[in-house]
Design a protein around this ligand. Structure first.
Ligand code: BES
Ligand code: MN
Ligand code: ZN
Length: 511
């Protein structure tokens, strides 16, 4: 259930809740002193607690520095059972990403306290950035509990968050809260889909979930089923799906406003389970490969957010889905298939299936003639080796696309690192008997995968490829990504669309 957020101009200490969280600027700093008001909030808490708060502040040497947290029970002396003070540091220093991280701490702490309702008291100066606090709380509180029963089922779920600000609540403040909910809702949907077990989520049921979302959100949606894939000649997608009883498909969702400023097309890899196929993977950790559709899940989550944000940008979300299984009917190393693009591909290793289904999905998507063409995929283990599992890799075909993407990353605060399309590695993809081999040799695996994909962008110049292997594979330490968290990249994609919407000067939607 999504969290209900309410924004009020109110005294947070008067609100009844399970936990009262108070954000404060550094005590005694320009912000902390000048804005006497939040000192009053702490004073009010201190008074209610009979001086216990100021004692604790002294003892902990709590100064409201960034990342400083002070928490204590209220023993029934306040309407909330527990009060937690979060330091923001000096005003003007804290970044949007920091605010999201702080929000995530509040969300996680709420789960730890088994809180159902919390109040978050914000000092003056954060009104224009409420979005990030909201996003953080919802992302931090995220858990995947659908399959837990009995004692394992969480006793409480955070359902209601009241944010209090000091001035008046304006329409733009409310819009900030809504935007935050839309973005976080998209990321959480991506996580839910990615966390589903592969016996429940396979191409057909995945398409049903995407269609359900699209219809509810008011998006157009088209599902190309297996017959249609065969009819169109998407032989690479067909080949990857051949070993499974679950047939592959392709899903195309779109948001098409009347006078769009730009057209952006996103493509995702939707391998609902990756055994490696005939080039089978080792048993250890294979279950993690249920997340191999995280790129596709990101596209679905993104489209839900886009439908809520309603930008003046035409946005298409496309993904190809298949299950990579070994069987008597599976594709093999040595096979040659003709792609939708027309190029022939010699199969080297059936575990490099992602680039194959993406190649056909990209050849399909490029017909939309996008201004910006972005694909994302849990494509290579090599990328995880290079960057670890809290950072995604990305590549750009043009500097224009790179500039746009870099600024979206800066706005999102997500960890994404640009990698080079090294032309000298392209030779690794030469085949004796087909136009292309689909994998290179041992070194530079993420780069050769990107170079392979580039063969399928056609005339779409401004192409970005994201190798989202790391975080999408359920990283456990990332602040906005608690246990079972995925969905890495969605916020950056939202920012990319918002940037295109703003163009040179027009304001953001709902903000
Ligand atoms: N889905 C995997 C990539 C992956 C593995 C991502 C582990 C995150 C964690 C992909 O389909 C794959 O198996 N790639 C191979 C390619 C190789 C055979 C050229 C890889 O990375 O080993
Ligand atoms: Mn694979
Ligand atoms: Zn894979």
């Amino acid at each position: 259930m999504p969290i209900k957020f309410t924004l009020r101009a109110a005294d947070p200490t008067k609100e009844s809740a399970d936990v009262l969280s108070i954000f404060v600027w550094a005590l005694g700093s320009a912000g902390g002193k000048k804005k006497k008001s939040e000192k009053t909030v702490l004073d009010a808490v201190d008074k209610a607690l009979g001086g216990q708060l100021s004692k604790q502040i002294k003892k902990d040497e709590f100064k409201g520095k960034k990342d400083q947290v002070l928490s204590m029970p209220t023993f029934g002396k306040l309407k909330a059972d527990r009060v937690t003070i979060y330091g923001l540091g000096e005003p003007g220093v804290i970044s949007d990403g920091d605010l999201r991280t702080l929000g995530a701490k509040v969300g996680r702490a709420a789960n730890g306290e088994k809180a159902k309702r919390i109040t978050v008291g914000l000092p003056e100066g954060l009104e224009s950035r409420l979005r990030f606090v909201v996003e953080g709380i919802e992302l931090g509180a995220y858990r995947f509990t659908k399959y837990l029963t009995g004692d394992r089922k969480p006793k409480a779920e955070l359902g209601q968050v009241t944010l209090t600000i000091e001035g008046k609540v304006s329409a733009s403040h409310k819009a900030q809260v809504e935007l935050g909910q839309s973005v976080a809702g998209g990321v959480c949907l991506a996580r839910d889909l990615s966390n589903e077990p592969p016996n429940e989520l396979y191409p057909e049921s995945f398409a049903e979930a995407a269609s359900k979302m699209a219809k509810a959100a008011g998006l157009n949606v088209k599902v190309l089923d297996y017959k249609e894939i065969v009819r169109r000649g998407m032989k690479l997608l067909q080949a990857v799906g051949m070993g499974s009883d679950r047939k592959p498909n392709l899903v195309h969702m779109s948001w098409t406003p009347p006078n769009p400023k730009k057209k952006i097309v996103f493509v995702g890899k939707g391998i609902t389970f990756d055994t490696g196929g005939i080039s089978i993977k080792p048993a250890a950790g294979m279950g993690e490969m249920k997340h191999d559709m995280s790129g596709a899940a990101n596209v679905v989550g993104l489209m839900q957010a886009i439908a809520a944000i309603k930008p003046d940008v035409e946005v298409h979300g496309i993904y190809a889905a298949a299950e990579n299984m070994p069987s008597g009917n599976a594709y093999r190393p040595g096979d040659i298939f003709t792609s939708l693009d027309g190029k022939t591909v010699e199969i080297v290793n059936t575990d490099a299936e992602g680039r194959l289904i993406l190649a056909d999905a990209m050849a399909y998507a490029r017909e939309l003639e996008p201004d910006l063409f972005v694909d994302n995929a849990t494509l290579t283990g090599a990328c995880v080796v290079a960057l670890g599992n809290t950072c995604s890799g990305w590549y750009a075909a043009t500097e224009e696309a790179a500039t746009a993407f870099q600024s979206a990353i800066k706005a999102s605060g997500e960890n994404m690192w640009r990698l080079p399309l090294l032309e000298e590695l392209r030779d690794q993809l030469k085949s004796d008997c087909a136009d292309l081999k689909h994998t290179g040799d041992r070194w530079g695996g993420s780069i050769t995968a990107a170079l392979f994909l580039r063969e399928f962008i056609g005339n779409a110049k401004n192409w970005i490829h994201c190798d989202v292997a790391g975080p999408a594979m359920a990283d456990r330490s990332f602040a906005w990504n608690p246990k079972g968290g995925t969905g890495h990249g969605v916020i950056t994609f939202v920012e990319l669309v918002l940037d295109a919407h703003r163009g040179s000067s027009s304001p953001a939607p709902d903000a």
